[in-house]
Design a binder for this molecule. Sequence first.
Ligand SMILES: Cc1ncc(COP(=O)(O)O)c(C=O)c1O
Length: 446
Amino acid sequence: MRQTSTKCRQDFAFSVTKIIMVRSEHRLWRNGAISVHDLSVCRQQFPSLTRTTASHEPLIYLDGPGGSQVPYGVIGAIAEYYMHRNANTHGQFITSEESDAVIAQARSDVKAFLAAPETGSISFGQNMTTLNFLLSQAIGATLKPGDEIIVTDLDHDSNVAPWLALAARGAVIRRVPITASATLDIDAFKRLFSDKTRLVAVGWASNAVGTVNPLPTIRAWAKEAGSLFLVDAVHWAPHGPINAAQLDPDFLLCSAYKFFGPHIGILYSKKGQLEALPTLRVRPQAPTAPERIETGTLNHAALAGVSAAIQFIASLSDQTQLGWSDRIHQAMENIYAYEHNLAKRLYTGLLTTPGVTVYGPAVGGEDRAPTVSFTMKGRSSEDVARALGHRGILAWDGDFYAMTLVDELGIRDQAGLVRLGLAPYNTMEEIERTLTVIREVAAHGA
Ligand SMILES: Cc1ncc(COP(=O)(O)O)c(C=O)c1O
């Protein structure tokens, strides 16, 4: 027993030393300039990318929309927190003071990531869904029967169910329909506004088919109607820059595990909005933003990981002279360009694969997330995803909680979509191998 525990400690110390070693290499690498054409050099930062199938083929991770892979820097930051700084907050001793600093740093890094005007706008929670339910319950308490809320048929249910729940309090829920090409029916959207509209809840990008919504237009309609404007940016956040100061939503939510971090939900709220809401909270909790909606103890170790995830993103910038927020944004532009190059090849390759139907807007035209979904004639999507999985290609199947979209596309009987999501650690070689395997599956079965 004693021997096992000593070995366990040694193994652990070895892994942590390795993580910390790679973190310092990462810092060195981060300070050099890299080219947008070379983003896949970041692969060396991800330990999971060395995994192979039983027949020794490297795994191809196209499952990012369900949660991205995690770089050494993030794993190391979480381990370091538990090794050296683990404590609760607001104490009169060093580890507690350092824990306070970890939280403050995470708020400051997320502020830079979202280009938010101030750190007081950044609240944390368990995940996006939980934060959105807390928010909807608080907003619901301010509504009168007959007040209207607009949600969309394109959205993930985490930005629909919290608002549908308010129907029980007398709110009227209006739903924006979608078109056959899986975009919002924008004319129908405009017609849903009335002088009773109190909140518009809309996604930035569809997690199922990659559609990007015209947010500035929708915001203008919401403000004209005197309504709150809330954006689910979970699917967009890993793929392109977010400028909260410019878009100026009342609320915007995202989730760090989609952008190389741990499982933490993030809520941006415009100055003054959170204080106006009767949030659920314990009596000693700060009544002011951003803590006003943060119930209980935060996951401090994960917050250290959130900062490290944002540092990793900034390392993908090739303009090291920029300030912190601009550097993160320039890195996100690089990610957008890099992923779109891959997505374009994936999209056109799928379009020319017999028996395959691709959904969502064309890649290469308007703004779009690099998430390409398809069905295969005569095969259920579960079946196709399993066949890909057997060949080491990790792809999600189903509706991904975008239930209404899948129903409206008429593909429920086929078990929804097969979804291929891109990340900066994917390569063109992986895309070519994926297309070859999909063609083989379409031609011969599994
Ligand atoms: C677009 C979108 N919104 C919301 C969520 C829910 O996020 P969370 O898992 O942080 O609750 C997801 C998760 O996949 C998503 O893709």
